[in-house]
Ligand binder design. Structure first.
Ligand code: FAD
Ligand code: KPC
Length: 525
């Protein structure tokens, strides 16, 4: 490890990405002996415009914006790196595991053919992938610190929990720091079900999985939950060759707004062998003689069910980390613990703003970063208004599922003349046609066409405006970010037909629009 200072003073130290990696590794292994990592300008006598309590995506982006505006900020974070939970236990591991799920589905679909090895009966390691992530995550952590320090000129104190004293003051390891404003970005944590056995060894949520997995899970895995995280991890576990049983309280993947898209997604999950039990309530988790989980008990529509397993993964949403703000400031929260803010991101306490997961859904990176940016502007005296609305969304199964705007059902409730264009086309023989074809689905299109994805564009036939887009496959989510903006600006089928596709594009929407744009009375395709 390169020594770049103990308890220390990193201000103007010539750090590198590598030296930060060493520092972070040391601190994660031994937080106490590392002490606080301080990058505070001793020569700047200006008052801080804002202290960001929590340096996750929300706090880091807010800080960068405030600094770019010429203000003075300080971030305090208990972890030894900036960037928060996304690179540590949330988005980044989820993307690694979802990539494994996609790769393994491909490998299993063509097992023993071409260059694919025979995976019949082969189970691949979950622990190996978790260990791989735990080692690899230090890379993004180090870049976040390097970029924040050397390129963004941020001031921060890391590896140091903050204690809020009042609406201008934060205490960090005995030292008090004052600012004109506090901006709270304390994040959220897994909402763990309160059932007997929840703390047994072998029972994990997304965070404890990457921190504490110490054994290779056996052949049956129980996943509790039915939304993004549960599905993403469930599909990964399934792709490793294990039996996965998903216990879903209500309806699986309710958040996918288009029924055809949702059905295609769920049908493919079932086809990969995932057992889905809807209407199931987790009743308890039983321990074996070794103190590890031995079985899960659930109340299901078919009666009580006991499932023998040594590995349980639960994902029932997240709870904002608002306790400290409530205790110290009496800040107002809703019944789910989210700090209540107005459209200027002001809390119920003067000079205190809140951002990111702490203010509740949507708990997504775009909102964390944007709310940080808007709060910075507010703290610097600008009149802002930020309410997340009309965002594109995605999740992973073994596929990437992306959507924006309205699903067909809601579109038909709101518009009298809804036109859809879909791929594969409606076909009396089902999905067995070799389209869609595109990036990463070509082998499926040639040999197992029903696996090559599903896409649907929804148009208001009267105004010719595009009002929804839905995609199951790979590589669409990048385009959906931009498409969403165009749609909000009123993009029509005619304008879409004028675009230039990068054929074979993962989204077939441009060419489908061009095929139909000549029609005065639009018809389905
Ligand atoms: P965090 O990043 O959690 O930051 C909060 C910070 O506060 C942390 O760094 C923490 O150390 C610090 N802190 C807490 N208490 C204290 C204290 N007392 N003193 C000092 N510091 C403190 N979103 C996407 O857009 N795409 C994805 O693919 C995606 N995948 C996800 C996968 C999973 C499994 C999960 C759970 C979430 C995922 N999300 C994803 C959501 C995304 O991770 C969050 O919305 C985002 O990280 C929230 O950022 P934040 O800054 O609000 O909170
Ligand atoms: C993958 C990666 O960019 C690191 S996670 C992002 C953390 S932050 O830039 O603070 O939103």
């Amino acid at each position: 490890m390169l020594n770049i200072g103990r308890v220390g003073d990193f201000w103007r130290k010539p750090t590198t990405i590598e030296s930060w990696a060493g520092e972070i590794e040391h601190a994660l292994a031994s937080p106490e002996t590392t002490g606080r990592i301080s990058n505070v300008n001793p020569l700047d006598t200006r008052e801080f415009d804002a202290i960001f309590v929590g340096g996750g995506a929300a706090g880091r982006f807010g800080s960068a914006y405030l600094r770019a505006m010429g203000g003075r900020q300080l971030i305090v974070d208990r972890w030894p790196f900036l960037g928060g939970s996304c690179p540590h236990n949330a988005c980044v591991p989820h993307h690694l595991f979802s990539e494994c799920a996609a790769e393994l589905m491909l490998a299993r679909s063509f097992s023993g053919r071409f260059w694919f090895r025979d995976l019949d009966g082969v189970t691949t390691s979950i622990k190996e992938m978790v260990d791989l992530f735990r080692k690899g995550r230090v890379g993004p952590h180090a870049i976040m610190n390097y970029q924040s320090q050397q390129q963004l000129d941020l001031e921060f104190i890391l590896n140091a929990p903050a204690r809020i004293i009042d609406n201008h003051t934060v205490e960090v390891m005995g030292e008090r720091f004052k600012a004109r404003n506090l901006i709270l970005g304390l994040g959220a944590r897994g909402n763990d079900p309160q059932v007997p056995g929840i703390n047994l060894k072998g029972v994990y949520n997304y965070a404890s999985l990457v921190e504490t997995l110490d054994h290779e899970p056996g052949e049956t895995i129980v996943v509790v939950g039915g939304s993004k995280t549960a599905v993403e991890y469930g599909c990964f576990f399934n792709a490793t060759g294990r039996r996965v049983i998903m216990l879903v309280r209500s309806k699986l993947l309710r958040l996918i707004p288009d029924e055809d898209t949702r059905n295609y997604t769920i049908d493919r999950m079932r086809e990969q062998g995932i057992e889905i039990v809807e209407g199931a309530e987790l009743a308890g988790i039983e321990s074996g003689p070794d103190g590890r989980v031995a079985a899960v008990v659930a109340d299901t529509p078919d009666g009580q069910r006991r499932i023998a397993t040594d590995f349980v993964f639960h994902a029932l949403g997240e709870r904002p980390n608002s306790e400290m703000a409530v205790e110290a400031l009496g800040i107002k929260t809703d019944d789910k613990g989210a700090v209540i803010v107005d459209d200027q991101l002001r809390t119920s306490v003067p000079n205190v703003y809140a951002i990111g997961d702490l203010i509740g859904p949507p708990m997504e990176m775009f909102k964390a970063r944007k709310s940080g940016m808007y709060a910075a502007r507010a703290a610097m005296g600008e009149k802002i208004s930020y309410l997340p609305a009309d965002w594109p969304d995605f999740l992973h199964t073994h596929y990437e599922v992306s959507w924006l705007g309205l699903g067909e059902e809601e579109a038909k409730r709101r518009y009298r003349n809804v036109v859809t264009m879909r791929m594969p086309p409606e076909n009396p023989n089902g999905l067995d046609v070799a389209l869609p074809a595109g990036d990463r689905v070509m082998l499926y299109a040639m040999l197992k066409p029903h696996l090559s994805g599903f896409q649907k564009l929804i148009i208001d036939g009267d105004s010719r405006r595009i009002i929804g887009a839905h995609h199951v496959g790979y590589g669409a989510k990048d385009g959906f970010q931009y498409l969403n903006v165009l749609i909000r600006q009123g993009l029509t089928i005619d304008q879409m037909g004028e675009m230039n596709e990068l054929f074979l594009n993962p989204t077939h929407f441009i060419q489908l629009c061009r095929l139909r744009a000549g029609q005065q009375e639009l018809r389905n395709l």
